[in-house]
Design a protein around this ligand. Structure first.
Ligand SMILES: *Cc1c(COP(=O)(O)O)cnc(C)c1O
Length: 393
């Protein structure tokens, strides 16, 4: 049997990631591969770091892309900062907070959980109480933008509380980076990880991270070796560190870094504030269309992420059948619910290049068409006008 080339179907990606990748970024990916120690590549690495500092809004010297997906950025933060016996407060309000707990345990740390309901942001007073009850805690970990629910937590306030108690912070910004305001240095976040396939609209497989001087001090003054050789910052920085001689540590995914560089150039061209405003504007347009059909949001308005819209499946509707029809008839991907929300919600992403008017109009009209054909109890004939009005507002 001769297996032939794989040609993926054309899709519109409006799930929880990956998002639509801009043609400019795909083109960058296809440029000629050069050596990962080629002087031309090394110059581009420095630019990539500077562009990442802009995206994160930080001057932290250790700002670099980890050569693996967002989960590896997460592990980079935990394995370098958490030593056996360290007490870590973990805030959990969805799937990704649960992964932080897993990381703490695997590093031999002791986790103290601060729990909030799925769909709610982390409650600052609960963190205060946990820190008061655990004065020996060293680190506070939380998710800025919980992609499993669409809730945004107040990272600035949570970090300030952690600092008052002498704790470093580990912050998941995989979905927030460039989609919603994130000011790493101003908010005093310490170890921060993100991903390329959400609001950067780059290909999956890279995880930008940034570490404050205080976080680097903890990472370099450990009593024990970092359990992961690959993610040990004391070693990786020989290649990516500032002023480093760029010695071989691992082979960087050269073409994927071209793609990340291009994505970050596009962020710079648009301007961060404009990118944040665009996500918000398109969120309001999507919301207008969905609400005109009678579809409700899960997350309270003040905590809603513009780039990840979690909405309730109308009563009596088979949510998986709807997603299947959206994919088959319209080439449109939206996300299912996870964990406690499985079967009850859809997660509609408006991330990066996916956050554009044509996608919002497609999503609203395709959903109305599919739900209408299934006889779902929605209001018909009003959603497109409501979406257009919000787009033009
Ligand atoms: C997507 C995501 C991750 C994991 O990123 P991968 O690239 O899939 O490893 C982690 N945290 C949050 C909040 C995410 O949305």
């Amino acid at each position: 049997m001769a297996i032939t080339s794989f040609n993926p179907p054309i899709r519109t990606l409006m799930g929880p990631g990956p998002s639509d990748v801009h043609p400019r970024i795909l083109e960058a990916l296809s440029r000629p591969t050069i050596g990962h120690l080629d002087p031309a590549f090394v110059g581009m690495m420095d630019e990539t770091k500077a562009l990442l500092q802009y995206a994160f809004q930080t001057q932290y010297e250790l700002t670099m892309p980890v050569s693996a997906p967002g989960s590896a950025g997460m592990e980079t933060c935990f394995v370098n900062l958490v030593e056996p016996g360290d007490k870590v407060i973990v805030c959990r309000n969805g799937v990704f907070g649960g992964r932080m707990l897993e990381n703490v345990e695997r590093c031999g740390g002791e986790a103290v959980m601060v729990e909030d309901d799925w769909g709610q942001p982390v409650t600052p007073d609960k963190l205060r109480d946990a820190l008061a009850a655990n004065p020996d805690a060293r680190i506070v970990a939380f998710v800025h933008a919980e992609t499993s629910t669409g809730a945004q937590s107040d990272a600035e306030t949570l970090a300030a509380i952690a600092r008052e108690h002498g704790c470093l912070t580990i912050v998941d910004t995989v979905t927030s980076l460039t989609g919603t305001p994130l000011k790493v240095a101003q908010w005093g976040l310490d170890a921060v990880y993100s991903g390329t396939q959400k609001c950067l609209s780059c290909v999956p497989g890279i995880s930008p991270v940034t570490f404050s001087p205080a976080a680097m001090e903890k990472a370099t003054n450990r009593k024990t070796k970092v359990q992961s050789w690959f993610l040990d910052l004391n070693l990786v920085t020989a290649y990516w560190g500032s002023g480093a001689k760029r010695a071989y540590h691992h082979t960087a995914p050269v073409n994927a870094i071209y793609a990340l560089h291009e994505a970050l150039v596009m962020v710079q061209e648009e301007g961060l504030e404009n990118a944040w405003a665009r996500h918000r504007h398109l969120h309001l347009a999507l919301r207008a269309g969905l609400e005109a059909m009678g579809i409700e949001f899960v997350v309270p308005e003040a905590a809603r992420l513009p780039q990840l819209n979690t909405v309730k499946v109308p009563a009596g509707v088979d949510e998986a059948a709807v997603r299947k029809q959206l994919l088959e008839r319209f080439g449109l991907e939206i996300g299912a619910g996870l964990g406690n929300l499985a079967g009850k919600v859809w997660r509609i992403g408006l991330m990066g290049h996916s956050a554009r008017p044509a996608n919002v109009l497609l999503c609203v009209s395709a959903l109305e068409s599919v739900l209408g054909s299934m006889g779902a109890d929605i209001r018909r004939g009003e959603a497109l006008a409501a979406t257009e009005a919000a787009l033009n507002a």
